[in-house]
Ligand binder design. Sequence first.
Ligand code: HEM
Length: 469
Amino acid sequence: NKRPAGLPPGPFSLPYIGNALQILKDTSKGAFKKYTEAYGGIMSFKSYGVWTVLVSDPALMRTGLADPVASGRTDLLLLRKRDSIIKGRECPALGIIGTSGDVWRQQRRFTLRTLRDLGFGRNTMEPIMQEELDELLQLFTRRQGEKVDVGLLFNRSIVNVIWAITIGKRYSYDDKKLEALVEKVNKMLLTFNPLHPALRFRWVKKLFPNLSIIRHTEGYMAEVLAFIEGEVEAYRQEMGDQVDTGCYIGAYLYELSLLKPGEEDDQTTLTVDHLKANILELFLAGSETTSSTLWWAVFFLASNPQAQQTMQEEMDRVVGRDNTPAQAHMDRLPYTMATICEVQRMGDLLPFAIPHKATEDVSLGGYRIPKGTTILFNLSHGLLDPKYWQEPTQFRPERFLTEEGKVFKPDHFMPFGSGKRVCLGESLARLEVFVFLASLMHRFSWRLADDNVTWETSTFLSQPPNFYV
Ligand code: HEM
C-alpha cells in the first residue's frame, strides 16, 4: 500500500481500493479539483491497486504532454473488446486512440496525412458542411417559434460530415439508420468512463459480466462497429479494383494495395482491421465532441442574451444579412471566435483528456514517475480554476480578446489537449463549430424556455444539461 518511491504526494489510500471511494463520491472532476487544491499541480493517488499521477499545473501539463514517454495509453477495455470483435479473437491493440508506440505512430501519421490531403479543416470542407447546414437550417426554420430540444439535433449533421470524409457519402437527415447510429454513439459515450473498474479490469468483467455499464457500453459499441463493418464491406464490394482516394477508406485501401505480399503485418503496418478500428474512432471521437460543443454553445448563448447580441451584431457588420458566414470571415470575427473559446472553456468537454500511460520512467516536476503509471492530465484545471480566470463561472467571451480586440488564447487553455496526443481532429472540429454556430446565430435568435434546466452526471465527456430553447 506504500506510495512507490518517486511519485508525487497525495492522500492516504486504503489497501487495494485506494482512493476510489472518494472519486466515486465526488465524481472524478470534483475529486481532482480537491486533490489539486490540497496537493498542488502534480500529485498521485491510488484507485483499485493502480497508482495514478494527476497533473494539473498547466506548464507541467504542456511539458508532460510533449514528452513521448508520457504519451502511451492505458488499456482501454472497451477498445480491446472492439479489437477482439474485429479480429475474431484476442489480439494486440488496433487503431489510434488505444494504441502506443509504433502502431499508434503509424496509424496516426497515415490518418492525419490523409485527412489533411482530403482538406480536413480547410475550405474544401466547407461545401460538405454547407449541405448539412442547409438541412439543419431548414429544420430550425420549420420549428421557428416552437419549443425545441436541441439535444441530438446537431449529431446527425456532424456524423454526416464524418461519413463524407471517411466513406464519401451522406445519409438523408430523416434516415432511420442515421438516427439509430447517432443515438447509439451518444449512449455509448455517455455510459463510457475509462476510470470505472468495470471498464478497466478484466477480472471485474469476468466476475460481473452482467453489470449494466459493461452491457450497455459494450453493447452500443458492438452495434456501431457492426454498422461500420457493414459499410466498409459494402464499399469494398462496390469499388472492386477501382481506386478512389477521395475519401479516407479509399485512400487507406489504395495504400494497402501498394504493400508487398507479406508486408501486411498486424502490428505496425496498415491493415483492414486497423482501418475498421480507425473509422470507429473517428466516429466516436469526432461526433459527440463536436455536437456537444454546439449543444453547449446554444445553451450558453441562449442563457446570455448580451453575448448573443454582440455576436450577431458583429456578424451583421462583417458578413452582412445577405451572406452566410464562411471560413473566409473567421479572421474578421474576433468576438465570434472568442465566444467559441469561451464555450469550450466553460463546457470543459473532456475534463481529464483520455488517460495516458508512462511507457518508460518519466521525469516531471521533479518527480520520477515509474514506467506503467497511469497519468491523467487535468485539462479542466486550466479551463476553470480561479487562479487563471476571473469569475470563471461567468460566461464572458471578452476574456479571450486583447485590448486591441484580437483573439488571445492563454497557454493554460487546452480544450484539445496538447503535444504528442493532441486531438487529431482539432482543425476539423474548429471549422465545424464555427460554420455551424455562426450560421445558426446569424439566422436565429435563441431564448431559453421557462422549463427547468436539468443536469446529469457525466464523467468522461461533460454532457450539456437538458433544456429547451
Ligand atoms: C470540439 C471537439 C473536440 C474536442 C474538444 C476534442 C478533444 C480531444 C482531446 C482532449 C483529446 C485527448 C488528448 C489526449 O489524450 O491527450 C482528443 C483526442 C482525439 N481526438 Fe478529439 N476532440 C474534438 C473533436 C474531434 C474530431 C472532430 C475528431 C476526428 C474526426 C477527433 C479525433 C480525435 C482522436 C482520433 C483522438 C486520439 C488521438 C490520439 O490518441 O493520438 N476529435 N480530442
